[in-house]
Structures are given as structure tokens and as C-alpha cells.
Design a protein around this ligand. Structure first.
Ligand SMILES: *Cc1c(COP(=O)(O)O)cnc(C)c1O
Length: 394
């Protein structure tokens, strides 16, 4: 891997024709240490946010020992990359063959489920194993989150009692888990979900050993600046302490976005300008899926040796493929004189960005380069020279 000091230095010296992914191991290290030290329980990294083996090693070296995997490919990847890691299979709907391989070949002992069918699959595939940690996933509201996860998974209140009682009998440790949706903008999302957990425990009258509050911890984007993460941790800790559970019960969380959003950004080149529309060389089929499909606004920065003195204005982006859907509405704020040939850094793409690239229509990227400068925004440090006004610090 090549190393450069900064995004600007790399754009000026390399003049890349294809998009380039920038990685900042120091930013992921800072996020991992923050969770490892400050979350009042165990932090389990949700691998789907960014499965890069380089990132997995940084997280491991920074104190993250447990990994939330959702597919057999993720199980194999983490087992091969981090042989000492503990894997938690937190997808509530799995193939029986996959459960069997995870349990018998990779030592996975923690599984989630949201139905009696899935419980049957797990007990069959593991041949009635007696060393299982089984987490029942509750359906909770996503109303405080920018990206809903409320529709697809999670047992309904009417099914919970029976499912908890049956799972208690099949497990060594019984857990309850949920996901409040990604980019939860207020800690109240967690306290409200914990009330559901309380009701489920009281109703079923079971002993619960693990409470897993899932992911959803936010990062900072233009127009989506959340409260400090400590506020989330405090609310979760208080709600956990108030639950009718055993003294030795464990608190878990599954951050994806919050651990890796600051890890990567992207350098793109403007190939054409048409009024307020910029035709850039990456898009919906590259690292900008969320910008195209759910209108996510990422921070942007014009990379010029001589900074522009023009005032900022809003632009939208077209990606490089021949598809009208390859459009990112933004608005992305850039100096009014941006033109073809300019390079732009698009920030905060470490989570659900660089991991989602396809090769559709022959447009790819030049690969990854390590840089030492700071991410455009951060939840973990006060930036000395905030690049843009949307910086949130603790
Ligand atoms: C996606 C996912 C996560 C991570 O969510 P973030 O919003 O990125 O923190 C955690 N747990 C489960 C089960 C998930 O599906």
C-alpha cells in the first residue's frame, strides 16, 4: 500500500484517472478504542459496514475482539483474518447448512433468531448443542433513525413470550437483541427499545443473560449531526441497570457505522460540468450507493493547490455509468468555480460506501491509498482546522 500525507497531496502528485479510496487507519483505531474503553459493555463490530481485512486488523489491534457476521462468507473471512476473534452470527434468518458450518467448523456459539423455525434450524444444525448463546431479536421502532431496519426482522410482541421460553430451554445463555435502525439521531431510540425488552422479560418470566442493543450508533454528516456518543452510552447503561435481569447479565452492542465511517473517503475527478450538475467518475454503482438511493449527503471538499476563493453553491452529481439512476442529488456544497479536471474528496465513506462498490459498466477504482490527515468530520476528536462548518466534536 502506498502512503501519502494528505488527500490534496495525493490528488496533486498522482492525478488519478479513476476514483481512489483513501484509508485512515488512525481514525478507525480511535473509534475502536473509544468503544472499547467507554461503552459500558462489550462492543461487537458489525462486519457488513466494511469487511476490509485491513480494517478488521486495525479494529482487532485496538481492542475489538468480537465480530457480528451475517453470512457464511463473512464468517470465513473473519475466521481467516483474525483467528482469535469471537464470531456472533446475528442474522436472524440463516440456511441450516450455514449454521452447521459456522458451529462445527468455525466455533461460532452465538446466533440470533426471531422465529421458532429458526430455533429449530439452529438446534438441528448444531445437533442439540448445549453451549449456545441464543439471542432473540425483538422488533423495535426505527422512528429516530435515518435508515429503517424495522420492517424485515424481529419477533412481534404476540410471539415473543413463546419464543423466549422455547429459546431459554435450548440455550446455555439467553439473549435479547434489537436494532433501532442505522444512524439513530437520539439516545431516546435506545431507551424506548429497552422498554420493549423490559416488557418482554416480565411477560415471559425468563432469566436473561445478555442484552444486545445492536447497532445504530451515528456518525456525522452534513445536516445529520448527532449528540455525543457518551450521551447514548449513558442512556443505554441506565436502562440496562434498570432491567429485571440477573446481576451477572452482560450488555452488548453491535456498532458498524460508528466504528468505520471515518476510516475511508474517496477522491473523484470532475469530467464535465453542466450548470449545477457535475459528472464525476464514481457513483451509485461505486462507493456512492447511499448518496444515490437514499439521498445521503456526504461532506465534500475541492482539492486544489490554490484554494478557490469563490463562494460555495449546491451541486448534484452524476456517476460515470450510462444509467439515469446513477445520480446523487445532494446538494453537495462546493466553490462555484469548480470545473472539469478538478478533484473532489468525498468524506465519511468508510461505512456502507467503499464496501458496496460494483464493477458495473466497467467503472471501477484505482484501489486504496493510506493517508495521514484527519477525516473531514469526526465524533472522536476536535479537529484543529475544521474543514467545513458541520464538524461535531465531543
Ligand atoms: C447492520 C447491522 C448492524 C450495524 O448497524 P450500524 O447502524 O451500522 O451500527 C448491527 N447489527 C445488525 C444485526 C445489523 O444488521
Amino acid at each position: 500500500m502506498y502512503q501519502h500525507h494528505s488527500a490534496l497531496g495525493l490528488a496533486s502528485s498522482l492525478k488519478p484517472v479513476q476514483p481512489v479510496t483513501l484509508i485512515r487507519p488512525h481514525a478507525a483505531q480511535r473509534a475502536a478504542r473509544f468503544f472499547a474503553e467507554k461503552f459500558p459493555g462489550r462492543s461487537i463490530y458489525a462486519v457488513k459496514a466494511n469487511p476490509s481485512p485491513d480494517l478488521l486488523r486495525v479494529l482487532w489491534d485496538s481492542g475489538i475482539t468480537h465480530y457480528d457476521v451475517a453470512s457464511i462468507a463473512e464468517v470465513r473471512l473473519v475466521a481467516a483474518t483474525l483467528p482469535g476473534a469471537t464470531l456472533c452470527f446475528m442474522h436472524p434468518v440463516k440456511a441450516e447448512e450455514v449454521i452447521a458450518e459456522a458451529y462445527h467448523e468455525h466455533g461460532v456459539r452465538t446466533f440470533s433468531l426471531d422465529s421458532l423455525e429458526e430455533l429449530d434450524k439452529i438446534t438441528r444444525a448444531t445437533r442439540d448443542a448445549e453451549d449456545l448463546n441464543l439471542c432473540v431479536r425483538l422488533r423495535v421502532s426505527s422512528e429516530h433513525s435515518k435508515l429503517s431496519l424495522a420492517a424485515k426482522f424481529g419477533a412481534e410482541p404476540s410471539e415473543i413470550r413463546e419464543l423466549l421460553i422455547a429459546t431459554r430451554q435450548a440455550s446455555d445463555a439467553l439473549g435479547i437483541c434489537f436494532h433501532v435502525g442505522s444512524q439513530a439521531m437520539t439516545p431516546a431510540a435506545y431507551s424506548e427499545a429497552m422498554e420493549r425488552v423490559r416488557a418482554a422479560i416480565v411477560d415471559a418470566g425468563v432469566t436473561v443473560d445478555i442484552v444486545d442493543v445492536g447497532g445504530g450508533f451515528p456518525s456525522s454528516y452534513p445536516g445529520m449531526e448527532p449528540p455525543p456518543l457518551e450521551a447514548y452510552f449513558a442512556v443505554i447503561h441506565r436502562a440496562f441497570e434498570d432491567l429485571p435481569i440477573s446481576y451477572s447479565a452482560e450488555l452488548w452492542c453491535e456498532p458498524g457505522r460508528a466504528l468505520c465511517a471515518e476510516y475511508s473517503s474517496l477522491i473523484v475527478r470532475v469530467e464535465k460540468r453542466r450548470g449545477e450538475e457535475l459528472y464525476i467518475n464514481d457513483g451509485a454503482y461505486g462507493a456512492l450507493f447511499d448518496a444515490a438511493h437514499i439521498g445521503w449527503r456526504f461532506p465534500v471538499e475541492l482539492l486544489r493547490e490554490d484554494p478557490s476563493r469563490a463562494r460555495d453553491m449546491g451541486f448534484s452529481f452524476y456517476g460515470p455509468t450510462c444509467d439515469d439512476m446513477d445520480k446523487m442529488a445532494g446538494p453537495f456544497m462546493l466553490p462555484a468555480d469548480v470545473q472539469a479536471g478538478d478533484y473532489i474528496e468525498i468524506g465519511m465513506l468508510g461505512a456502507y460506501g467503499c464496501a458496496m462498490r460494483t464493477g458495473f459498466n466497467g467503472f471501477g477504482s484505482m484501489g486504496s491509498f493510506e493517508v495521514e490527515d484527519e477525516p473531514m468530520t469526526s465524533l472522536y476528536i476536535e479537529l484543529e482546522q475544521p474543514k467545513r462548518s458541520n464538524v461535531v466534536t465531543l
